[in-house]
Design a protein around this ligand. Structure first.
Ligand code: TRP
Length: 351
């Protein structure tokens, strides 16, 4: 197997997304931006987490394939590069499921019940009972991260609890068996949680998100409908940027002008309509190159297919290496029982 030196000495990133629908401008400042920025510096693995999609979308599996394609188009359109980084699909790398099995023994049920993100998502899901897979998905996420022995995990704030769980699992494994895993760090984006245009959590099911693929008029329509400082009625009233939803967007997408925006608003010298028009223009300017790249990749589906095939293969190879180390550390390689070449069967591709 040929692998160049820089690739093997670089530290690793693993992060990714559920294929629940198109990605929005909150995802960009929360995590996508960091991925693009760190792509040259780290050996990056990006996962489309289709098992996780099952936790609260079990009745919509007919949409999974379409959604996966949309996620990958979003990735490519923001500048995540499948020729530099490894794109793969969770369910197509079976070593992840195998690692999940071992990890599931290292976590208590009580610990899983304490995960605040799982609780929040269950509430939002509208389901009346939680499946074993829903409760346990943070264990599977730990396997996503550790299957390639990742060092850094760029995520939005809502995934911090999962990275913490992953760190605990890595430490427990290393202490119980042998030092196999790094204890990965989370990396949060410059705006950890951009609110939706209604001021609530920005999300696909809430009809309050500005999508990376939105057309210019759609962006203008959404921004003009967004809620602002509720105490402000006339344009000349003094505003309160600190409690204004739209000001959060200026901080994220119009950073340079944001001190002026805040001052003029506080003095009642700029009305919400003008302030929003300015913001929509800034968001549209930001989205323009993203739209162009999307249009390019939309007409070239073979690039996506190839990226996934190669990415699955590379992740699986790395996964086999990790599983080999895990089985050896756990005395689960059964060398005497079945003979060396069989016992290291999961690593056979390297022989
Ligand atoms: N939980 C992430 C989300 O909310 C998706 C995900 C799955 C993930 N596996 C991961 C993120 C591993 C970071 C690392 O979209």
């Amino acid at each position: 197997m040929t692998q160049n030196v820089t690739q093997t000495t670089k530290k690793r990133i693993l992060t990714g997304d559920r294929p629940t629908g198109p990605m929005h401008i909150g995802h960009y400042v929360g995590s996508l931006e960091n991925r693009v920025r760190l792509q040259g510096e780290y050996d990056c693995f990006f996962i489309v987490a289709d098992y996780q999609f099952l936790t609260d979308h079990l009745k919509e599996t007919d949409r999974t394939e379409y959604n996966i394609k949309q996620v990958i188009l979003d990735w490519l359109s923001v500048g995540m590069d499948s020729t530099k980084s490894t794109f793969f699909i969770q369910s197509m790398v079976p070593e992840i499921a195998e690692l999940t099995m071992y990890f599931s023994m290292l976590v208590t049920v009580a610990r899983l019940h304490r995960n605040p993100t799982v609780k929040e998502e269950f509430k939002a899901s509208g389901l009346h009972a939680m499946s074993y897979g829903f409760l346990g998905y943070p264990v599977s996420q730990a396997a996503d991260i550790l299957i390639v022995r990742s060092n850094l995990v760029p995520v939005g704030e809502d995934n911090l609890a999962h990275v913490e769980q992953t760190r605990e699992i890595a430490r427990t494994f290393n202490r119980t068996f042998k030092e196999v895993f790094p204890v990965p760090e989370a990396l949060i984006g410059k705006v950890p949680r951009l609110p939706g245009i209604d001021g609530k959590k920005m999300g696909n099911s809430m009809d309050n998100a500005i999508y990376l693929g939105d057309a210019p008029e759609e962006v203008r329509r959404k921004v003009s409908a967004a809620i602002t400082d509720p105490a402000r009625i006339r344009a000349t009233d003094k505003g309160h940027p600190d409690i204004c939803n739209i000001y959060q967007y200026h901080l994220a997408y119009n950073k340079e002008e944001s001190p002026d925006v805040a001052r003029l608003c506080q003095q009642g010298k700029i009305g919400c309509v003008a302030c929003k028009q300015n913001l929509a223009a800034k968001i549209n300017a930001f989205l323009e190159p993203i739209r162009e790249r999307r249009a390019f990749f939309e007409t070239r589906p073979s690039i996506i297919g190839e990226a996934i095939r190669e990415g699955n293969e590379r992740t699986s190879q790395e996964g086999k290496r990790t599983i080999g180390l895990v089985r050896e550390a756990m005395h689960f390689d059964y060398k005497e029982l079945v003979g060396v070449s069989q016992a290291v069967g999961t690593m056979r591709s390297e022989l």
